[in-house]
Design a protein around this ligand. Structure first.
Ligand code: GLU
Length: 471
């Protein structure tokens, strides 16, 4: 163990924020206004379960209201405390600014291990927590819009949406009070995969920037690159699946809480996920070698390391031993400030969380807009687009000797449905944000890393909106 004390998650985030603001010309007062968390609401509520009262502690933290509603997930985990939700809420502010979703930053959490409770009990706990937040406008389509995070998903969001509707029966925009809902309850196609998809689009864009690749000592494309994925939850699973199946990268190690699987020839992610779902564990999977202790597998030689679970998994203790050429932070805060410095000095390129995992909130934005407009994306245009394309094809084929291949015709005739539009909007968002970061990174010798560049782009935008807002 290192003798140097590891800062807390919130302190780590502030250290990273401070590294960026010292390169900016902002008044100390404005810096402080942006840095601090505006408010954190803590609630202890009781639910009668299993014949007794059980008290739960939940939080909703609002970091910045320079834009409203404020946005950010609600997590269910035993690690939840004020420090954690405040760090996560601040990251939401910077994340939203970076990908230009018109939201301030917030985060919520319930200190609970969801595996300890049955589904109907979780529903009662969730509805009671939601009630506490809704009655204080801490869940509201115009003010504060939660989403899934660690330990929560579509199911919890559906309960929250329904609880809001029960308490606001005449609010026509009720569905926009929370995102990440199931499709049949006002959700949007592509939200579940969105964060993992965003990680894929971020890496694809990185590999379109030769200068950035050079900084990491990488050449070529994603094809054949060795990848390690830490955490095969929703984000890690989708990122690993898309990168291996569509970009032909090789996932050589997957780490989970109960061990790791390694395979130098590449792990079949779909098979591994099915195995975990069927058996509840990564153990006894026959598509690779099982290791009971997972952490050493994170230190294997690889091109890209994707931490996709908890914060602080790369820290002062193990940073020196990480051999990846680049890290993409699919989780929030997986690298501590101390580890960040060690890795930077080693020349490891880190694509930071505030950009790398912003795919989730980007598609949440699309869902919120869909809920407010009360119509599915593509519903009006799709068939009309197909008709116009068909006209063109018929006209071209009527010219003597002109024949278009069936493959071309099929692709060209396909009018964009909601999923196509969501993916296209997400890809465009991830590309534009990457370009802004990369440009900033190379604009001055003083900006030595992508995290600082991302913070700079983001803080500049937040500062601009505070200036025009009037406090
Ligand atoms: N919980 C996700 C995050 O940390 C999504 C937030 C949202 O969609 O509002 O970015």
């Amino acid at each position: 163990m290192s003798a140097i004390k590891e800062p807390t998650f919130r302190e780590s985030t502030e250290i990273m924020f401070n590294r960026a603001v010292r390169l900016m010309d902002l008044s100390p007062g404005l810096v402080e206004k942006i840095r601090v968390c505006n408010a954190t609401y803590k609630v202890n509520f009781g639910v009668r379960l299993r014949g007794d009262f059980h008290t739960f502690t939940g939080y909703r933290s609002v970091h910045s209201e320079h834009m409203e509603p404020v946005k950010g997930g609600i997590r269910y985990a035993l690690s939840v405390d004020q420090d954690e939700v405040e760090a996560l809420a601040s990251l939401m502010t910077y994340k939203c600014a970076l990908v230009e979703t018109p939201f301030g930053g917030a985060k919520g959490g319930l200190c609970i291990d969801p595996r300890d409770w049955e589904e109907n009990e979780l529903e009662q706990i969730t509805r009671r927590f939601a009630y506490e937040l809704i009655k204080r406008d801490l869940i509201n389509p115009a003010q504060n819009v939660p989403a899934p995070d660690m330990g929560t998903g579509e199911r919890e969001m559906a309960w929250i949406a329904d609880q809001y509707l029960r308490m606001n029966t005449t609010d026509i925009n009720n569905r926009a009070c929370v995102t990440g809902k199931p499709l049949n309850a006002g959700g949007i196609a592509g939200r579940v995969e969105a964060t993992g998809r965003g990680v894929q689009y971020a890496l694809q864009e990185f590999f379109r920037h030769p200068k950035d690749m050079e900084m990491a000592g990488l050449t070529g494309t994603l094809k054949g690159k060795n990848i390690i994925v830490q955490g095969l939850g929703n984000v890690g699973y989708h990122a690993a699946k898309f990168l291996s199946e569509e970009d032909e990268a090789k996932v050589i190690a997957v780490l989970e809480f109960d061990g790791a699987i390694t395979n130098p020839d590449g792990i079949n992610i779909e098979d591994l996920k099915s195995h975990i779902l069927a058996t509840g564990s990564i153990k006894s999977f026959d598509g690779g070698i099982y290791h009971a202790e997972s952490s050493p597998s994170m230190e294997l030689d690889c091109d890209i390391l994707i931490p996709a679970a908890m914060e602080s998994v790369i820290n002062l203790e193990n940073a020196d031993r990480i051999k990846a050429k680049m890290i993409i932070e699919a989780a929030n805060g997986p690298v501590t400030a101390g580890a960040d410095e060690i890795l930077r000095n080693k020349g490891v390129v880190i694509i930071p969380d505030l950009y790398a995992n912003a795919g989730g909130v980007t598609v949440s934005y699309f869902e919120w807009v869909k809920n407010l407009s009360h119509i599915r994306f593509g519903r009006m245009q799709r068939r009309q687009e197909e008709t116009r394309h068909r006209l063109l094809i018929e006209e071209l084929e009527s010219i003597e000797g002109n024949h278009l291949s069936d493959r071309f015709k099929q692709k060209y005739l396909h009018g964009a449905g909601e999923l196509d539009l969501v993916r296209s909007g997400l890809d465009d968002t991830m590309r534009a944000a990457y370009q802004a970061i990369s440009e900033k990174w190379h604009s001055s010798e003083e900006i030595t890393d992508m995290r600082t560049a991302a913070f700079l782009v983001s803080i500049e935008r937040v500062a601009k909106s505070y200036r025009t807002k009037g406090l």
